[in-house]
Each structure stands twice: as C-alpha cells, then as structure tokens.
Ligand binder design. Structure first.
Ligand SMILES: Nc1ncnc2c1ncn2[C@@H]1O[C@H](COP(=O)(O)OP(=O)(O)OP(=O)(O)O)[C@@H](O)[C@H]1O
Length: 274
C-alpha cells in the first residue's frame, strides 16, 4: 500500500508579542495521521476556526516549516527533517487550491497566462506541450481553452474561476491537491460542481485531495477519511462514514450537533425499546 499522507508528531508553534509578553500558539500540536491506500482518496480536515487546519495545509504545501515532526506524501518526506524532493519535484507531487479564486489571479493578467506559466516553469514543458496541457487541464474541469483564452479574472464567475484554479493545479500532474476552503467563497448553488469535480478527478485521474472545510455536509459527501481538529490537535481520525456516523470524541459530537439537521441524521438512533 502507498502512504498517501502521513504526519509524524507534527508541531507548529507561532510566537506572538515582544520579549516581555511573548506568547506561544500551538497551531499544530503533535498531529499524527496516516492514510495508506492503493486507491486515491479524499481526506477532509474539519474543525472550527483557529483549530489549525490552514496551518496543516501550509505545512504540507511547504509554505510553513514545522517546528518539529515531519510529513510524508506519496512515500516522499515533503516537510520537516529528511525532506528530500527539490522544489520542482515537490510541485509535481503536491499542488494547492486556495479559498479565494479572485485573489489567485491578478485582474490585469489573462488567466490562461497563469496556466501557461505553470506548464512552462513548473512542469518544464515547451510551448506546444504547454498549449496542449492547458487545453487538456481546462477540458478536465469542463471548460474550453478557446473560450478561456485572453480573458481576465473579472470575466468569470467565482465557480468558473475556481475551476480554472483546479485546472492550473492539475497541469503538473500532482498526486495530492491541497484545497483550503475551496468552495467557501463560491455561490452556494455552484459549490457542488467543484465538489463533484474533485470526486471525478479522484476516480478518473487518480488524484488525491486534502479537503479543508468548515462544511461537514460536503466533507461527509466527498471524503474517504476525516480528520477532526480542535486547538491544534487531531482529536478524531478515521474513515469518513465511521467518524461521522459514530463519533467517538466529544468535540466531534459537538461539531455534528452544531448542524442540527445533518447531525440528527448522522447520529446513530437510540435502540428501540423492547
Ligand atoms: N502566522 C501566524 N502567526 C501567529 N499565529 C498564527 C499564524 N497563523 C496562524 N496562527 C494561529 O494559529 C492558530 C491556528 O490557525 P489556522 O489558521 O491554522 O486555523 P484554521 O483552523 O485554519 O482557522 P480558519 O478556519 O479560521 O481558517 C490560530 O490560533 C491562529 O491565530
């Protein structure tokens, strides 16, 4: 089996304030999760604001250095002690999708220029390979390269622009895509298009996803595994169905109960009286 994602004693401590009133924030506190599988998976990371989800994403994306511990993606140590891949190898292994697609693309540069740049610089393609890869990536997210060509971010809806972000992330053919709140800025009616796209890319292209969200309903719908975070710790981790339908930790139950309709449906019913 392949180690799709493993974190070993991952810690991230931020220091805030001056010398006198310095404060330590344990954004990640001994995070240990292991996902081994022969098939690509979607791993959801849920938890309330400030629980450490984004810090975990940033650590896996090498945007933050862990204070201690390490992270492994597809059998390769990507963060912490012993991290080996070069920047280019790393970008061919892990790619990000961020929350706000309007921030990912400048208003003054056509969006396809970003896709071409990724193909040339990250994937090392020549012009004609890049042209073909951009067209193929846009096609896999349901868009037509001819219709996207030369257009600016303001000419797309949030949902379309997020699909273009996904297309950009696909160009280097990464094994894992880290998506931090990828649908929270998108019109509610369009969110499922992105969520179903992740599912399709998992099943048809073999991409795995780390899906960070506040939204337990989509986490339940899409994910194979769920990690529940609270105050920098993973308080519950396991197969999605098990975690959501039979939560073991009080915090997970609290989280599920905070969405009454979903929580009541997911929680096991009390056994009927004999
Ligand atoms: N650069 C930083 N410097 C200091 N503290 C930080 C920094 N980044 C995050 N933190 C703190 O680390 C903790 C975890 O933050 P993080 O952004 O990972 O949480 P989150 O679960 O992603 O929250 P949200 O759902 O609101 O995005 C919070 O207490 C946050 O204030």
């Amino acid at each position: 089996m392949t180690i799709i994602l493993k974190t070993e004693g991952l810690n991230k401590v931020y220091r805030q304030g001056g010398l006198v009133r310095a404060r330590q924030i344990h954004a990640l506190n001994e995070v240990n999760i292991t996902v081994e599988s022969d098939k690509p998976v979607v791993i959801a990371v849920v938890g309330e604001s400030g629980s450490g989800k984004t810090t975990l994403a940033k650590t896996l994306l090498r945007l933050e250095t862990p204070t201690s511990g390490r992270a492994i993606v597809y059998d390769s140590v990507v963060a912490g002690k012993g991290a080996t891949p070069s920047r280019r190898e790393f970008l061919g292994l892990v790619q990000p999708i961020f929350q706000n697609p309007f921030e990912a693309f400048s208003r003054y540069r056509p969006v396809d220029a970003y896709l071409h740049e990724t193909a040339r610089r990250v994937a090392g393609m020549d012009e004609s390979q890049a042209e073909a890869a951009v067209a193929e990536a846009l096609h896999s997210v349901g868009l037509d390269a001819v219709e996207v060509r030369g257009k600016y971010s303001g000419q797309f809806s949030g949902g379309e622009l997020q699909r273009i972000s996904v297309a950009r992330a696909l160009i280097p053919q990464p094994r894992l895509i880290v998506a931090d709140e990828p649908v929270s800025m998108i019109d509610a009616s369009r969110r499922m298009i992105i969520i179903n796209l992740f599912k399709r890319l998992r099943d048809e292209q073999g991409r795995s996803f780390l899906y960070i969200t506040h939204d337990l309903a989509t986490a339940y719908y899409i994910s194979d595994f769920v990690a529940v975070m609270n105050k920098g710790q993973v308080v519950e981790f396991g197969p999605a169905r098990q975690v959501m339908s039979d939560p073991q930790h009080a915090y997970t139950r609290l989280l599920l109960d905070s969405i009454p309709t979903i929580g009541s449906r997911w929680r096991p019913r009390a056994p009927a009286a004999a």
